[in-house]
Each structure stands twice: as C-alpha cells, then as structure tokens.
Write a protein that binds this ligand. Structure first.
Ligand SMILES: [Zn+2]
Length: 79
C-alpha cells in the first residue's frame, strides 16, 4: 500500500518516511489480524523448541527456520 500523506510505498501502517499512521482498510485489518495469529504461533513454536532436549546443532537449525518465517511475515505485512 502507499502512504496517504507522502505516497511512499509502505509495508506497515505507520509510514517509515513521514511517520503518518495510515488507516487500515477492512481487508488490511484482516491481513494484520491473520498475520498476528501466525506470528504468535511461530513465537510459541520457538519457545517450545528452546525448551526441548535435542542436540544443539539441530535445535539451532529449527530455530533458524522459524526465525526466517517470522521475518518473512514481518516483511510482507500489507502487500
Ligand atoms: Zn508517508
């Protein structure tokens, strides 16, 4: 989406360029809520893995995979 104030391409409601807090459309609200749920799930998974007993190298790999998924989510919020 684009910022309603300066027109910059933005991926979060708050514009990184001018700081305007843009209003979310119903569709975007749905995306954000879905995104929040997915993210919460991934964070939970991460916590679970950290508590699990497994070789450190395997744990590290699992953690990396989930961290990547979280970053992906954060990067594609409102596309
Ligand atoms: Zn802006």
């Amino acid at each position: 989406m684009n910022c309603s104030n300066c027109g910059s391409r933005i991926s979060t409601l708050k514009c990184e360029y001018c700081g305007t807090l843009n209003a979310a459309s119903p569709q975007q609200k749905a995306i954000l809520s879905e995104h929040g749920k997915k993210r919460a799930n991934l964070v939970e998974k991460l916590k679970t893995i950290e508590k699990m007993k497994m070789p450190e190298s395997i744990k590290q790999k699992k953690v990396e995979v989930i961290q990547k998924q979280i970053i992906e989510l954060d990067n594609h919020k409102l596309d």
